[in-house]
Design a protein around this ligand. Sequence first.
Ligand code: ZN
Length: 251
Amino acid sequence: MSRARKKNSKKLLIIVIEIICLIALGCGIYKIIDTHMEQQQQEEAAEEAAAEAEEQAEAERQAEEERQKKEEELNQWNLLLVNPWKAMPDDFEVKTAEVEGGYVVDERIADAMKEMLADCREAGYSPQIISSFRTRETQQYLYDHTANKDDTAIPGHSEHECGLAADIIDSSSAGWADPLIDAQEELPAQKWLMEHCQDYGFILRYPKDKEEVTGIIYEPWHYRYVGKEHAKTIMGEGLCLEEYIENYDKY
Ligand SMILES: [Zn+2]
């Protein structure tokens, strides 16, 4: 081999080595970058998972809070459920206040009832209370002396005893032998009350076609206080109190 060729082969060898070194270096750098990116991705994924878990825990906390709030609301006095199957609590005490004409109700609902009656009169109608709070003795007397026990609440099971309800008629029916009949719904004051009672926190407690659920006949005169928000939902959705309480988490 000539000297010149020998020199050329040496050069070529150096170039090859240099290329190999460069490739090796490149691979090394690539490996470092790749590892770093992988680490970063793992960290990001871990952060994302932690954020998701936190979000879920927060949603669960909120759902639990909401459930507790609803349960507390359900236990409030204004949503007290009393019907043929559920008696009023034994220790239930009523502080009464007069609405008008000697008729008294729970003092917490007296102003709302006064306002409802005043606005009904202002609109040109003539509502008249014919029954409001009853003592246990009065309810017992009514029950003992009624001709139809099916239509009179058993003592301890009447909303009148709770002071949260009143029977209101159109005064034009005051002279009827019995104003507490379905025809009451056709009278103007009654129509106004049925349309507006929820604005004052009242509901028509025993609606038509709900006798099976309430255990009480249709009574287009018995108004029960539940509070404005509840009343608007109950009247708006065409429910009775039993249905509303049973499905309270939906509303
Ligand atoms: Zn009544």
